[in-house]
Write a protein that binds this ligand. Structure first.
Ligand SMILES: Nc1ncnc2c1ncn2[C@@H]1O[C@H](COP(=O)(O)OP(=O)(O)OP(=O)(O)O)[C@@H](O)[C@H]1O
Ligand SMILES: [Mg+2]
Length: 376
């Protein structure tokens, strides 16, 4: 735009200022036509954003040259602007794609975690069924015995009722009743009933707690983190794994005093379950599994050690890789440790292993109370 400074109505400075204030016209090059000796005017021109001056009287070649240069600058500017617009759009598109892919990945990972958890329960099902069946067995047998006892008690009560009240003072009738009482083992029955009731209640409690642990373990993880007592988590996981452990191993617990940890407790249970099942599977016939917890420098540590086969050096390098397993097909998918590692990483912690072939292994999980990215 070639602008005279002196114009009717609105002068050149004002037009220039309008153009430069509006984002749509800001980049139109403006050339003010002034007299050579009007320095104050030129300063004012610079103030309102003019791109160049041409002095009167004009030299047309100068006008042509300056205009061409300015138009070239403008074209470059437009080119760069268009380019960055396209780039921005591409970046936005790519970001959207990446965000979508990330969300999908997260959901797949969540599904994988859940599948692996259910697979573990699948592996343990026979054991868990046995754990539940055992108390159900003695509860059923107790109930049958109680039924017989009820019969006997009713019969004795009938005999008592048939004895007229006046005869109670009769030593012969009284002796007869005493005889019957002995014969029917009424005293023993009364004592046994309370014992059996206690045992039955215990069995019911055991089933209740197994079912609760199982429900807790198989539940899809809550989206929110919770404060949890890690010793308690271990205890309920040990309950579910009990049958897997009890025949071959002696389990020792050595719990230290721990503060509550903000975490996803189901996921950590899954880690503990993997370590316990691995420990049990590493033991051939008889061995020991020790679960230890302790607090050190605001880090909760959990170790699961076994006196099993141990892990040779060349195997140890691969145990945290997905699908790496040395177990026969059907027994292991090789996902346990890789998923555990991922879960622990998400909790800002780490997992370490030490092992001596032939002697046993020890897996240690460290979970910091405070972590750099607590929302993960
Ligand atoms: N306590 C341990 N003692 C000896 N070897 C172990 C122990 N824990 C893990 N390993 C080795 O690490 C491998 C990988 O373990 P991981 O838990 O990831 O998979 P898995 O137990 O084979 O299968 P999954 O856990 O999916 O059922 C095992 O196959 C085994 O060779
Ligand atoms: Mg495993």
């Amino acid at each position: 735009m070639l602008l005279d400074v002196i114009m009717p109505g609105m002068d050149g400075f004002e037009v220039c200022r309008y153009l430069k204030e509006d984002a749509a016209t800001r980049f139109i090059p403006v050339v003010l036509l002034t007299s050579l000796n009007e320095k104050a005017m030129r300063l004012q021109g610079i103030g309102v954003g003019a791109d160049d001056f041409i002095s009167k009287p004009y030299d047309t070649t100068e006008i042509l040259l300056r205009t061409r240069n300015l138009l070239m600058v403008k074209r470059h500017h437009d080119f760069i602007k268009e380019h960055s617009r396209v780039l921005e759009q591409q970046v936005r598109l790519r970001t959207e794609e990446l965000e979508k892919a990330f969300a999908e990945l997260k959901s797949t990972q969540q599904q994988m975690l859940q599948q692996e958890k259910m697979a573990t329960i699948g592996q343990l099902t026979a054991g868990i069924a046995h754990e539940i069946n055992n108390p159900i067995g003695f509860i059923a047998s107790n109930v049958a015995t109680l039924d017989k006892y009820c019969d006997k008690l009713l019969k004795f009560m009938e005999a008592q009722q048939k004895t007229p009240l006046s005869k109670f003072t009769d030593p012969e009738a009284s002796e007869k009743l005493q005889e019957l009482r002995k014969q029917m083992k009424i005293d023993h029955i009364v004592k046994d009933i309370s014992e059996m009731n206690r045992e039955t209640m215990e069995g019911v409690e055991r089933i209740k707690s197994i079912v609760m642990d199982l429900k807790c373990f198989s539940r899809i993880d809550e989206a929110e983190q919770k404060l949890a007592d890690i010793n308690q988590c271990l205890e309920s996981t040990l309950n579910i794994a009990h049958n897997e452990l009890k025949y071959k191993t002696r389990t020792t617990r050595d719990y230290g005093e721990l503060p509550q940890l903000r975490c996803y407790p189901q996921q950590l249970n899954q880690v503990f379950m993997n370590l316990l099942v691995n420990a049990a599977q590493a033991i051939d016939t008889k061995g020991e599994v020790t679960v230890r917890t302790w607090l050190e420098d605001d880090v909760i540590n959990v170790s699961v050690s076994d006196t099993g086969s141990g892990i040779p050096e060349e195997v140890r390098a691969h145990i945290f890789e997905p699908f790496f397993t040395t177990k026969e097909s059907g027994k292991g998918t090789g996902l346990g440790l890789s998923i555990s590692k991922e879960i622990i990483k998400n909790h800002g912690g780490e997992i370490r292993v030490s092992s001596e072939p032939g002697k046993g292994s020890c897996f240690t999980v460290s979970l910091p109370l405070e972590r750099a990215n607590p929302d993960q």
